[in-house]
Write a protein that binds this ligand. Structure first.
Ligand code: F6R
Length: 754
């Protein structure tokens, strides 16, 4: 169908997308498609009962139409999935980012399954940067609080959907991450400068546009610096001026549902349609009540507005021309969707999704409660998950932990908490698992937390990782990012094995340091070796930053065991050590060169040429520093292993060293020489100088693993856990690094509180 062959009414129909009631091709659907010749329908959970049913429905919707309608849904993943069974599952956005592996195959798989079911538009991925920990609606629907990470995943998801020939709609422009109001319920206002939003909110959208995004969904949020008077979805300044003209977006512009309270309660239908079209939207989406009379009114109002010249036909033509172009590319002629059910069954990637889910769950901190042992008595407290935001599926089947874990359990809700039962059960239990779901300040979950004992309770946040901010003194904390069957099953596996692999993709107040508390040096060394081995397995060509001293010795022993058991190989690994003493011959038994050979290198298959330490040989130490620094810049370290000095030094960066310091010659602090004299015959023999990577080099590592053991380190642990960042305590800078794991044994932990 060509634009010139369409009547005004047909054009108006193309620019509208409505929701409807029922699960079959009923009178409402027929009216929308045949009388109004609607351009698109959107399906919700209420319209879907099975794959067979939805496939049949979509097939009917698409048959015999002059212009086939778009069929859309919100299949973001995790908490927002309209189809939960039978097709490739998608994790929540944050779950994917916590996993860290490339999610493209899953997005493509899900896209292809949806396509087989007859869908043509997916309102995903979410490009919002969740930089407000109190965001009630986005949180784990966003990939991260870091625009770079969000962009990376948005591109992968968009590409996956696109390659499955599904239109991806990046949402919610210009960004719904920094709001503490849900636009389903009210109108959020963002009061940030243009400069700020360019760096953060707009960044993932810009990247998506540069990579030929197909669609962008407009949010109902007022951005004061862009348009004080109109929400983004009705703003000419934001859609036409910013999105299209400045950022150069050429794809489909779709509104978020205009029946959401942020809009519906504040404007008349006439205002919504007029403003929406003039602002530059191509498709106006109305979901909500889906009342047919209201739908007719919207349609008729739109037609009249054009007939009366309040909306120029040229604007309508521009939008419809684009819609027809997309339909040409994305709506295939083959309508035999039913036959595709067997293809979906054969190709759906639930196994891969399971692996992703298992590796996304994050142990943020632990006081030694994880893993739980088979014989331990567990008491679980599970929130009755009520609809938190209207975007969640009303009819979701939520399971509780007891479905998968042998435990006593109580389900709590805001109306009823049986405190007596909880207190009795706690007494009987060895450990308590407290599952939370989007905790808000002072809510019923915070009240339950007050009667629990942090020393024996593992808190599991099932959606927002920020729940911990509302609960004081949590000692053991796990983030699931979604309360789905997939993630609960994975949780139970991990809680017994302890093999958590996910990393928090956001910063929690006070930094992201993941603390793992262990019994003793043995357990610390085992755990550290497991973490390093995982990096080596995931990336056999990884660059490892290594340390010396007593702390990592056990870790090296365990790595050697893993190598001997053929679990890992160092054949293509490169190593970069933190430091080396000056005034000591390279072959002296206390040089770090000798230490590394003796304690690790000679036992494994690492190539000598791939092992690097700073050199203190020759007269020109400055040149040696520069050489090592250049080498580090060329070879970014994937995982840096660290010990900590009694005075908080890392590498040999003594207190007072600038955080910007790169590789340099350092005069060792007297405390350090004193601490290390145990390796020498007397204090006089301990070198006074060393060459060390600077703090900046250490912070440049992609991930950092610190091991701390023994009573002598209690004071250091105390200072580290106080979270105060100061050059007087160099290790404190690690609070500013996005990916740090610190393993602390009981002796070093003492009575410290995190
Ligand atoms: C070692 C290093 C130092 C040590 C620290 C703790 O390469 O750079 O920072 O990690 O002095 O030493 P130990 O582990 O012996 O207590």
């Amino acid at each position: 169908m060509k634009l010139k062959d369409l009547s005004l009414k047909q054009k108006v129909g193309q620019m509208l997308m409505f929701g409807f009631h029922g699960t079959s091709y009923n009178k409402q659907v027929d009216y929308l498609l045949n009388e109004l010749e609607l351009g698109g329908l959107i399906l919700f959970k209420r319209n879907i009962t099975s794959l067979k049913q939805v496939s049949k429905l979509n097939s009917k919707i698409s048959q015999n139409k002059k212009i086939r309608p778009f069929i859309a849904l919100d299949q973001e993943g995790g908490p927002v999935q309209r189809i939960e069974k039978g097709i490739t599952p998608l994790l929540s956005a944050m779950g994917f980012a916590a996993n860290g592996s490339d999610p493209y195959e899953l997005y493509k798989g899900a896209g292809r399954d949806l396509k087989h079911l007859g869908f043509s538009i997916n309102f995903a991925p979410v490009a919002d940067v969740n930089n407000n920990p109190y965001n009630p609606v986005i949180n784990s629907r966003s990939y991260s609080d870091n625009p770079e990470i969000v962009s990376r995943y948005v591109l992968k998801a968009s590409q996956g959907f696109k390659d499955a020939k599904l239109i991806a709609t990046v949402k919610h422009f210009p960004g719904h991450g920094d709001t503490n109001v849900d636009s389903h319920l009210g109108l959020p206002v963002v009061d940030k400068s243009l400069e700020e939003i360019e760096k953060v909110e707009l960044y993932p959208f810009k990247k998506a546009i540069e990579n030929d995004a197909n669609g962008i969904m407009m949010s109902h949020i007022v951005y004061q610096c862009l348009d004080k008077d109109n929400p983004a979805s009705l703003s000419y300044n934001i859609i036409t001026k910013l999105l299209k003209e400045k950022l150069g977006f050429k794809g489909l512009v779709v509104t978020d549902s205009l029946t959401m309270k942020a809009i519906w309660g504040n404007y008349s239908i006439k205002e919504i349609v007029k403003k929406g079209v003039l602002a530059g939207n191509d498709i106006l989406c109305f979901c909500g009540k889906a009342d047919l009379n209201e739908q007719k009114e919207i349609y008729n109002t739109f037609v009249s507005l054009v007939e009366e010249g309040e909306i120029p036909l040229s604007r309508v033509d521009e939008a419809v021309g684009k819609i027809l172009e997309y339909k040409e590319i994305y709506l295939e002629k083959d309508l035999a969707f039913e036959n595709n059910l067997s293809v979906i069954k054969k190709e759906e990637k639930s196994k891969l999704a399971k692996k992703f889910a298992l590796e996304s769950i994050t142990l943020v901190k632990d006081k030694g409660l994880v893993p739980i042992k088979k014989q331990e008595k567990i008491f679980a407290i599970f929130p009755e998950i009520k609809l938190f935001s209207l975007v969640d599926n009303k009819e979701n089947d939520y399971f509780t932990l007891k479905d998968f874990l042998d435990c006593n359990e109580v389900v709590i809700n805001q109306e009823f908490i049986n405190y007596k039962l909880i207190k009795d059960e706690i007494k009987k239990a060895d450990k308590v698992i407290f599952c939370t779901y989007n905790v808000t300040k002072g809510d019923y979950q915070t009240k339950v937390w007050q009667v629990l004992d942090p020393n024996k309770t593992i808190v599991v946040s099932m959606r927002s990782p920020y729940d911990i901010l509302h609960l004081e003194n949590v000692e053991s904390y796990i983030c699931l990012y979604e309360a789905t069957l997939l993630s609960l099953k994975s949780l139970v596996k991990l809680i017994y094995s302890g093999k958590f692999k996910g990393n928090l993709p956001i910063k929690l107040e006070g930094g992201n340091m993941k603390i793992i508390r262990v019994k003793d040096y043995e357990e610390m060394s085992k755990k550290a070796a497991e973490i390093i081995a995982d990096v080596v397995k995931k990336n056999p060509k990884a660059n490892l930053g290594l340390a010396t001293g007593s702390s990592p010795l056990g870790t090296y022993k365990n790595l050697i065991k893993k190598y001997e058991a053929k679990e890992i190989s160092f054949k293509d690994i490169k190593s970069f050590n933190l430091d080396e003493y000056c005034q000591l011959d390279k072959n002296h038994e206390q040089s770090y060169y000798s230490y590394m050979n003796e304690n690790l290198f000679k036992h494994i298959d690492i190539k000598k040429a791939n092992t690097h330490l700073p050199s203190s040989e020759g007269d020109d130490l400055e040149a040696n520093c520069k050489k090592y620094n250049d080498l580090l810049k060329k070879n970014p370290v994937d995982l840096q292993l660290l010990g900590i000095g009694g005075n908080g030094h890392i590498g040999f960066n003594e207190p007072g060293t600038a955080f910007t310091q790169e590789t340099f010659v350092v005069k060792l602090a007297e405390k350090t020489r004193e601490d290390n004299k145990r390796f020498f015959a007397s204090i006089d023999e301990v070198p006074k100088y060393a060459i060390t990577m600077g703090i900046k080099n250490i912070m440049d590592a992609k991930a950092i693993l610190m091991v701390i053991s023994g009573k002598g380190k209690q004071d250091a642990v105390n200072k580290l856990l106080s979270k105060k960042v100061s050059i007087d305590f160099p290790a404190s800078i690690l609070h500013k690094h996005p990916n740090v794991t610190v393993i602390i044994d009981d002796a070093a932990y003492g009575d410290n509180k995190w």
